[in-house]
Write a protein that binds this ligand. Structure first.
Ligand SMILES: Nc1ncnc2c1ncn2[C@@H]1O[C@H](COP(=O)(O)OP(=O)(O)OP(=O)(O)O)[C@@H](O)[C@H]1O
Ligand SMILES: [Mg+2]
Length: 235
């Protein structure tokens, strides 16, 4: 298994945010994590990325526990994150932002190849490589954030609400892009508020409420589950 999360407990200070969370992502899969505001989705993604520390539990990549390694080493294990709200260096150019994601590839002498791959996925970023990132549209900035993550050639991409704040047409583009990235061999752990779209695209999914996994299974099975449809899809 590419990613195995086992019995994860995470707190913000004294406030527990995740209880006994376990989940799997197989190589090449898209796995969705859905749930209401404040359920703990970002906490989960940020803990896997090493930005937050687990109080208890294991995070294994190819069987190796990475729960206690420093965050700047997590990308050495093939994990990259597209954080909630993108967190670009908005005063820097597109190219500068992308290159910051590529220092690991750089060390391996493959940053140029990575840049070409990102530009083949997002031709607009190649055209606008010298533009200041903060001056671009929301959708283009999200492309920069995704491109930056891909610069480290991850095997697992963690995406925290990539469609947030984008217009419906751009959201469609974003989901197409996620599918293309996955077809190029990258597994995706996708946190989404756009539950219908996320479940349509994912292979497996987990529903998280108040810090606990309350349902999981094949995404199309969850999509047809009456309780999920009522609670999250308004049908
Ligand atoms: N830095 C923090 N300090 C204290 N509490 C926090 C912190 N970050 C998150 N929390 C709390 O932890 C819980 C889980 O938050 P989290 O951001 O993981 O939820 P989420 O599912 O990503 O929500 P959203 O859909 O709004 O992004 C919430 O109750 C939140 O208020
Ligand atoms: Mg969140």
């Amino acid at each position: 298994m590419l990613l195995e999360v086992r019995n994860l407990h995470v707190s913000h200070g004294d406030a527990p945010a995740l209880w006994d969370v376990s989940l799997d992502v197989a190589a090449g899969q898209i796995v969705a994590v859905v749930g209401p505001n404040g359920a703990g989705k970002s906490t989960l993604i940020n803990t896997i990325a090493g930005i937050l520390r687990a109080r208890q539990g294991e995070i294994r990549i190819d069987g190796k526990d990475i729960a206690k390694i420093p965050s700047h080493r997590v990308c050495d294990h093939g994990i990259a994150i597209v954080p909630e709200g993108r967190r670009l260096f908005t005063h820097m150019t597109v190219l500068d932002n992308l290159e910051l994601g590529g220092w690991r590839a750089d060390a391996r002498g493959s940053a140029e190849g990575s840049l070409e791959r990102v530009f083949s996925l997002f031709p607009i970023l190649s055209e606008r490589r010298h533009q200041i990132a903060g001056s671009m549209s929301g959708g283009q900035q999200q492309m920069v954030a995704i491109g930056r993550a891909l610069m480290s050639r991850p095997r697992l991409l963690l995406m925290d609400e990539p469609s947030l704040g984008l217009s419906p047409a751009v959201v469609e583009d974003m989901f197409r892009i996620i599918r293309t990235i996955n077809e190029r061999g990258v597994a995706v752990l996708l946190v989404e508020q756009n539950i219908h779209k996320a479940l349509e695209m994912a292979h497996h999914a987990y529903v998280i409420e108040q810090g606990r996994i309350v349902a999981s299974g094949k995404a199309d099975t969850l999509l047809s589950n009456p309780r999920i449809r009522e609670a999250y899809l308004g049908v």
